[in-house]
Design a protein around this ligand. Structure first.
Ligand SMILES: [Zn+2]
Length: 379
């Protein structure tokens, strides 16, 4: 049995507001490279310089020491680059704030072998009463009941052993199913009600037809043919704003195991497959925001580590399918927009390889992927 502690309702940050002023001015460029893209005058540029590619860059000693403690190689940066004071405010993670939400109406969720304390209100049927002491949910079909005897009767006749829909990913015990909200309406509605117990932000409950649900399941260690839902994300079938994720949730019993990151990674693999840049719907929950900040940092730094020379924000965005605004926000939060120089009336941001490695080490950023894209089963 697992008892999870209740968390405070928290508001997420809104990166799009915080970094808006950066769009259209910033440039990322490198000292020398055959891959530089000087023809692109409108997009932002970052400069990645390293020992073998920075012979004509110079940095004054004081600035270099501020970001390069070992200071024993010849990485350089143009001495016209300067610290940018207003980046500091933008990279802060906003403090949790209590928001006005109804009291949780469920005391305990009984889900398989887990007993989980609910965090937030979820609109379960009124006939269950205004306060549900113990809510029983079948971990295979997600039917919900408020009596243990009902669950026992249900388990005796329930034929489901795994989520519905098409399996699109399998790696060991972990499976992901693509579930169409129209084809499996009741399952998806039950999933949304379950998710709301752990999500403070508004989510859909009944109008599920326009969405696909990517359901993460884990194979039961005793009964191999059984697979239990442990998390999911939903995605609009047609999003005019190019949102690649509407709602994401990992059950508290399975949090801190990297499943949230796996789901976020999968959402971007789907975007890459569609050839579209995407972004999650805002506002994000507090845990959702932390998950995204972690993924964006990892994916963007992994991409920058491979670049030598000029690279634009647009290129990073195309490579990762992460929205330009999210790229800028992440670089700002990681304090990688510190050094700037003017070049032909454009602002360039200079990032050295040492700055990248130091950021990865000091912030303990994991570059390794949770998803193996070669295991995704496209139609
Ligand atoms: Zn069932």
């Amino acid at each position: 049995m697992t008892n999870e502690r209740k968390r405070s309702p928290i508001e997420s940050d809104e990166p799009s507001k915080r970094v808006k002023t950066l769009m259209g001015h910033d440039h990322i460029s490198s000292s020398s490279s055959s891959s530089s893209s000087n023809s692109d005058n409108s997009s932002s540029r970052i400069s990645i310089s390293s020992s073998s590619h920075s012979s004509h860059n110079r940095v004054n000693q004081q600035e270099e020491e501020s970001f390069n403690n070992d200071n024993n190689n010849n990485e350089t940066i143009d001495n016209s680059c300067s610290n940018h004071d207003d980046d500091k405010a933008r990279r802060e993670i906003p403090p949790p704030q209590i928001i006005d939400t109804p009291e949780p109406n469920v005391n305990k969720l009984i889900y398989g072998k887990y007993e989980i304390e609910a965090w937030y209100y979820s609109p379960y049927p009124t006939e269950f009463g205004s306060k549900i002491d113990r809510l029983y949910v079948c971990e295979y079909c997600l039917r919900y009941m408020n009596k243990e005897t009902q669950l026992e009767s249900h388990k005796a006749i329930c034929k489901e052993k795994k989520p519905p829909g098409r399996m699109i990913y399998a790696n060991g015990k972990i499976k992901v199913y693509e579930v169409d909200g129209q084809e499996h309406k009741l399952y998806c509605q039950s999933l949304c009600l379950l998710a709301k117990l752990f999500l403070d932000n508004k989510t859909l409950y009944y109008d599920v037809e326009g969405f696909k649900f990517y359901v993460l399941a884990e194979q039961n260690s005793k009964f191999k043919s059984y697979e239990e839902l442990i998390g999911f994300f939903s995605k609009e079938k047609l999003s005019y704003d190019n949102y690649n994720l509407a709602c994401i949730m990992t059950l508290p019993s399975h949090q801190r195991k990297g499943f949230g990151t796996l789901l976020i990674e999968l959402s971007y693999e789907l975007s890459k497959h569609e050839g579209k840049v995407g972004s999650p719907e805002k506002p994000l929950s507090y845990l959702g925001a932390l998950g995204y900040q972690s993924y964006w940092a990892s994916a963007i730094l992994a991409t920058l580590l491979h670049f030598r020379g000029d690279v634009t924000i647009e290129q990073i965005s195309k490579e990762t399918c992460i929205h330009e605004q999210d790229v800028i926000d992440t670089l700002s939060r990681l304090d990688l927009l510190r050094f700037r120089k003017k070049d032909q009336d454009r602002d360039h941001i200079c990032i050295t390889e040492n700055m990248l490695n130091e950021t990865i080490n000091t912030r303990n950023i994991k570059i390794a992927r949770k998803i193996d894209p070669s295991l995704i089963r496209w139609k």
